[in-house]
Design a protein around this ligand. Structure first.
Ligand SMILES: [Zn+2]
Length: 249
């Protein structure tokens, strides 16, 4: 299995690229030498988009990583890197592709933008929650980021109260209003080990984000119990702004 160079790590707003088909998998779909598409990971669902050849086109609805090398560096999650990336197309469309063929890959930028909003939002909500419980990062047991909403599941002996959630949300919305800049950068020796940073807060993260916090818009939050010691905090971004011009092809 050949690894796929994931262009979005260094060029996060690239919406299209040319690529060569490296593998055609009956279930996983089409793997390529490079891609602009984000493969599901870290709780964030994948991009969707189109694969285009000289005489055909196919919609992809899911993007998944295969197996590569397990990253083992200090203070970083053990993730799979240098993997192939598969673009899932229908069984009928699979027959339109050949190994070695040149294709173009386009992502759905509106969906990507929504994922960037939800993902940036999850970091800023976490910064708000950290003001209440400074070690909250270690209590995360689940994370889901979709174009419409996001949620974090925590294992906590002492759950968040309604007042604490409101206090965290107010801080989160203040940071968003102040439109702090945010950036991503790679580990000095591992180019697929990425970090996200705003102000003096840094998280290990290979997801997709906005270049600043303002476009997340005012965040709505809610919480619910998932049983003993487990609590879910959900959030949505009804006031997010979509800037088409952010993306380049
Ligand atoms: Zn992130």
């Amino acid at each position: 299995m050949k690894k796929t160079h994931r262009l979005h790590l260094q060029q996060p707003y690239l919406s299209a690229c040319e690529a060569i088909v490296t593998e055609i998998h009956p279930e996983k779909g089409i793997a390529t030498d490079v891609t602009v598409a984000f493969a599901e990971g870290g709780g964030q669902i994948s991009d969707a988009g189109m694969l285009i050849t000289d005489d055909a086109q196919a919609v992809f609805t899911d993007v998944q990583k295969g197996y590569g090398r397990l990253l083992l560096i200090k203070d970083f999650p053990s993730i799979q890197i240098e993997t192939p990336v598969y673009h899932k197309v229908s069984q009928e469309d699979l027959g339109k592709f050949k190994i070695g063929q040149s294709i173009k890959i386009f992502i759905d930028i509106e969906r990507r933008n929504r994922l960037c909003v939800s993902h940036t939002g999850i970091h800023v909500v976490l910064m708000g929650l950290e003001r209440i419980k400074p070690d909250i990062y270690r209590s995360i047991r689940g994370c889901h980021i979709s174009p419409e909403k996001a949620r974090l599941d925590f294992m906590l002996e002492d759950k968040f109260t309604d007042e604490q959630i409101i206090e965290a949300r107010e801080y989160t919305n203040q940071l968003i209003k102040e439109n702090w800049e945010a950036k991503t950068f790679a580990h000095p020796t591992e180019p697929e080990a990425m970090y996200w940073q705003t102000g003096d807060t840094t998280y290990c993260c290979g997801g997709t984000h906005l270049p600043s916090l303002g476009d997340v818009g005012e965040v709505m939050t809610s919480k619910k119990s998932l049983g003993t010691n487990m609590q879910r905090v959900s959030f949505s971004f009804p006031n997010a702004i979509f800037r088409k011009e952010l993306f380049v092809s």
